[in-house]
Design a protein around this ligand. Structure first.
Ligand SMILES: [Zn+2]
Length: 221
């Protein structure tokens, strides 16, 4: 079963992807990971990508696609995968479809109200010593890091203005590509303002009832 995760920044789709991956033994394929791995390996695509990034330019879509194709040809994805972070613009979608980069069975669309997303952003605290991430929304009352006792700090980009910009870009450039997958009958939308465990349960229920060919059998293993 081939999944594509979809949702605004901070919607929690990465967490959901990891939970699905663990329970159904599927690899998660995140665009950021592919890019980092390719650059670290020093292969042709990685060298090319780095040359653009060093100049502060966008990595051309052909290079990105070549990286994804290479990753999707590996043995561990032959029974399915969870793709996260690509395609995210109409231009990327066009290449994704035209070049038949992957056959997506289902798009998990995680919808979270804007005010909930924003509260997650401004509530995020990161331990300055060990990197542990805490959110004041969890109401656990931590004043210091529960792992190492370190001080919490806030990332400079965890503010309303920066988040609103990211959210606007998502609305403008990424959200429209959902229409294509909707027209294919592949979108399962989850309303998710809850904790990860609750969202995960809702996701599995929605997938069970999605009517997507082979999904029920897949989930029941
Ligand atoms: Zn810590």
């Amino acid at each position: 079963m081939n999944f594509l995760m979809f949702g605004a920044p901070m919607a929690g789709k990465g967490t959901l992807a990891n939970m699905l991956a663990e329970n159904y033994k599927l690899p998660t394929i995140s665009m950021g990971d592919i890019l980092r791995a390719s650059i670290a390996s020093g292969d042709e695509n990685g060298v090319m990508a780095k040359s653009y990034m060093d100049k502060g330019e966008m990595v051309p879509i052909e290079v990105v696609c070549a990286m994804i194709k290479k990753r999707l040809s590996q043995d561990d994805v032959q029974n399915g995968f969870i793709l996260d972070g690509f395609p995210r613009t109409p231009e990327q979608l066009e290449v994704f479809v035209n070049e038949k980069i992957a056959n997506i069975d289902v798009v998990v669309n995680v919808e979270v109200p804007y005010d909930v997303l924003l509260s997650r952003v401004v509530g995020r605290r990161t331990c300055k010593s060990c990197g542990y991430i805490y959110n004041t929304n969890w109401n656990l009352g931590y004043e210091k890091c529960p792992k190492c006792g370190g001080e919490f700090g806030m990332r400079s980009d965890d503010n309303e203005e920066t988040y609103k910009n990211r959210y606007d870009v998502y609305q403008r450039e990424t959200l429209p590509i959902l229409d294509y997958f909707k027209s294919e009958g592949k979108v399962v939308t989850i309303q998710s303002a809850e904790a990860p465990e609750e969202s995960y349960k809702n996701t599995i229920n929605a997938l069970m009832e999605s009517g997507i060919s082979g999904m029920k059998e897949f989930l029941e293993g």
